[in-house]
Write a protein that binds this ligand. Structure first.
Ligand SMILES: [Zn+2]
Length: 409
């Protein structure tokens, strides 16, 4: 940096311009490489459960930075010309990210032309003009694509019994923001149903939580949920009599499951060649290390926790792509053949609501398709929530492909 102090103003400007230009070229190059890495799913071998995790954990991008690059990488496969916009500096990364959800074969040319040279805010305005979002007025009835929104902050006012005013912004992504070393601000968009349940819980617990404090209420609810879920997964917390598994059954007894979960600390156990471990703690399943199909025993030593991505990755390595695809097909066929479970209707409840055309939202569409394939609606919903978090392009086809990867070991 000291070397710069002696150069002329003109040279300083020229050098800066050259550096920015190189930075843009590099940004496009990064996206270009991400596309190929994604295609090869190389992140799996590097102990990451998703491209997003790879961007954050291996490449050191922030969550936002990772989301933007990933989304732009995925949309660039459909519209490669956007990389030229990025490399030339006509449209910045954030601009392309904002545009990515709206680009179609029909509008891509003029939309890119309109966005060139514009600031983030100008692009947001442009998009709001061309793709206006429906108003969230008090008269609008909740539906699947634009659920009634009730920000929690509007509920915390004491004695507020009337419906909270509609928030001025569309549904935002959930956010956890540290306020101090021990406090956090948690923000998310609640459905009308959740709001009603919170009110109901607040009333039921009015003696235990007299202040009606939402954080206290939610903490109690979460404690209960954790207790129930832990019990469901690991048994009642005390040693169980081994009931013995039928020969040929791949069922993993509850005590083995518990020991494996404890040993693996509820985290994917995949470790890459450099000894780095996958950080995924969701969508975990207990799997045989030496595959069950190849005679691997169901013991604590031969079982481990794997995330759905690494489970599928391992299966592909052991059995090959074709075999995995066939297994997925079989699983689906058997689910289709099974009688519908009365407790969980084959069609997601939300979709059965009148006046809710599923085609209006790629996520709803894919959820519908997944349920139709035989996945439970809650599974499908969780998978789609995960994909939303990963920033998967909101088009039915890539969404469905990604969802199946998440859902099928
Ligand atoms: Zn993993």
């Amino acid at each position: 940096m000291n070397a710069l102090s002696s150069i002329s103003d003109r040279e300083l400007r020229d050098r800066l311009t050259a550096a920015v230009s190189a930075e843009r070229m590099a940004a496009a190059d990064v996206i270009y490489h991400l596309v190929e890495l994604d295609r090869r799913q190389l992140y799996l071998e590097d102990a990451c459960s998703s491209l997003f995790a790879y961007c954050v954990e291996r490449l050191g991008y922030s969550d936002d930075g990772a989301t933007k690059r990933m989304r732009v990488a995925r949309i660039s496969q459909r519209f490669p010309q956007i990389l030229d916009e990025l490399a030339s500096g006509s449209i910045h990364l954030t601009g392309l990210f904002l545009l990515s959800g709206h680009l179609t074969e029909e509008n891509v040319d003029w939309l890119l032309a309109e966005a060139r040279g514009k600031s983030k805010r100008q692009i947001e305005e442009l998009l709001a003009r061309w793709f206006p979002k429906p108003d969230v007025a008090a008269t609008i009835t909740p539906n699947v694509t634009e659920p009634a929104q009730a920000e929690l902050s509007t509920m915390s006012g004491a004695g507020n019994s009337s419906p909270p005013p509609a928030p001025p912004v569309p549904a935002a992504r959930a956010r956890v923001e540290p306020l101090s070393a021990t406090t956090f601000r948690v923000e998310f968009t609640a459905s009308g149903g959740l709001r009603d349940k919170l009110e109901h819980a607040r009333n039921l617990l009015s003696h235990t939580v007299p202040s009606g404090d939402l954080a206290a209420l939610i903490e109690r609810a979460i404690d209960e949920l954790i207790a129930v879920e832990t019990k469901r997964r690991t048994g009642a917390g005390k040693p169980r009599k081994h009931r013995g598994t039928k020969p040929g059954s791949r069922h993993v007894p509850v005590d083995i499951q518990r020991a494996v979960r404890e040993r693996d600390e509820d985290q994917c156990s995949f470790v890459d060649a450099e000894g780095r471990r996958c950080s995924e703690k969701r969508f975990l399943t207990i799997e045989h290390i030496e595959p069950f199909a190849l005679g691997g025993p169901t013991t604590v030593e031969n079982c481990c926790l794997l995330c759905s991505s690494h489970n599928a990755h391992r299966a592909r390595q052991v059995f090959g792509e074709e075999h995995v695809a066939q297994k997925v097909g079989e699983a689906r066929a058997s689910r289709d053949a099974a009688p519908a479970e009365p407790a969980e209707s084959a069609v997601p409840v939300e979709l059965a609501a009148p006046g809710a055309p599923p085609e209006r939202d790629a996520f709803q569409k894919v959820q519908y398709a997944l349920v139709h394939m035989g996945f439970r609606s809650t599974q499908a919903k969780h998978a789609l929530d995960e994909l939303r978090r990963r920033g998967v392009e909101p088009r039915p086809e890539p969404l469905l492909r990604a969802a199946i990867t998440v859902l099928t070991p």
